[in-house]
Design a protein around this ligand. Structure first.
Ligand SMILES: C[S@@+](CC[C@H](N)C(=O)[O-])C[C@H]1O[C@@H](n2cnc3c(N)ncnc32)[C@H](O)[C@@H]1O
Length: 291
């Protein structure tokens, strides 16, 4: 049971195992700290990924998650804000990496308590607790708990705030998404700044559907992932506009520089390998501002 959770709220902790599967995949990339933290992960993972037989689809997934990770960094670099709040960060250590390189940054990294406990332990095991030059904090936060959200944002000094997230909105139903948008918008209206979300996923088409293991399909069904996605990119834009946001920018994927590329290339048919066409677009990362 999530001890930060108000009585009337849903328990989201069943979503948390997905963060572990993602980290194990990211362990094959050059995402900061992913290899080291993945090596510390204990026990089985939820999606039955076949690490002994890494095929084309395995590397396609790694490519997707690596590209999604960098897409947030790409847009973050366009803002010059020093206060950054990551929501539902899972086992990602983007914030620590930024704070290792920049003493001016205050980064608050949040997720549900169970994830934060494991992450704190990983940081200790890797002797990274004093690595940050900037101010790096781990805080438990259920993003739908408005009061807790405010307590976390109050930890920042005055000034604009950037909120970032990836891999969250597809676990929230429409009302929950609206509620989160309201909280984020209020925060941005008060402080200035922007919201960078990599979770602009339209429903899948035959072109963008990846094969899933049985357990992954069951996980997606249990959490209504497909229903929670947007009908289309236009519908996503309309949704955010209705919630009082404007899309300022979209990240541009840089497939050529992904660390996963050499692995993936080995599995690509020759005609695809030589093609200049990017892979099918399955999501977008947007920078939003409150209007
Ligand atoms: C698919 S993982 C993504 C993790 C990380 N952002 C990444 O991309 O590797 C989904 C994450 O959302 C978190 N989560 C789900 N519901 C949440 C909520 N209501 N508040 C905060 N975090 C939540 C889970 O604990 C989990 O870590």
């Amino acid at each position: 049971m999530n001890y930060n959770m108000p009585q009337d709220q849903k328990d989201f902790s069943s979503v948390s195992p997905s963060a572990k599967s993602l980290l194990l995949m990211k362990g094959y990339t050059n995402i900061p700290y992913a290899k080291q933290t993945a090596a510390l992960m204990q026990g089985p993972e939820a999606f039955d990924l076949d690490f002994d037989n890494k095929d084309f689809w395995f590397w396609i997934r790694v490519m997707h998650f690596e590209s999604r990770y960098w897409s947030i960094d790409q847009l973050l670099q366009q803002t010059n804000h020093k206060n950054i709040l990551e929501l539902s960060s899972g086992y990602s250590l983007r914030g620590l990496d930024l704070c290792v390189h920049d003493a001016g940054i205050h980064y608050i990294d949040t997720d549900l308590p169970g994830v934060m406990e494991v992450k704190q332990d990983m940081i200790l095991q890797l002797n990274l607790e004093n690595a940050a030059k900037g101010k790096f904090e781990l805080q438990s936060l259920n993003v739908l708990d408005e009061e807790a959200f405010k307590r976390v944002t109050d930890r920042f000094d005055d000034g604009p705030l950037v909120m970032v997230n990836e891999g969250l909105l597809m676990y929230l139903n429409l009302d929950e998404k609206r509620q989160l948008c309201k909280t984020i918008r209020q925060t941005l209206k008060q402080r200035g700044g922007c919201w960078i979300t990599a979770d602009v996923y339209p429903k899948r088409t035959t072109e963008t559907t990846l094969p899933h293991s049985k357990s992954e399909s069951a996980f997606m069904e249990q959490h209504n992932v497909e229903d929670n996605k947007f009908e289309s990119y236009d519908a996503a834009r309309a949704f955010f506009e209705e919630q009082g946001f404007e899309v300022m920018q979209e990240a541009v994927p840089d497939y050529q520089n992904l660390s996963v590329l050499p692995h993936l290339i080995r599995f690509l048919p020759e005609e695809v390998r030589n093609s200049k066409q990017p892979p099918p677009k399955i999501h977008a990362t947007w920078m939003l501002r409150a209007v």
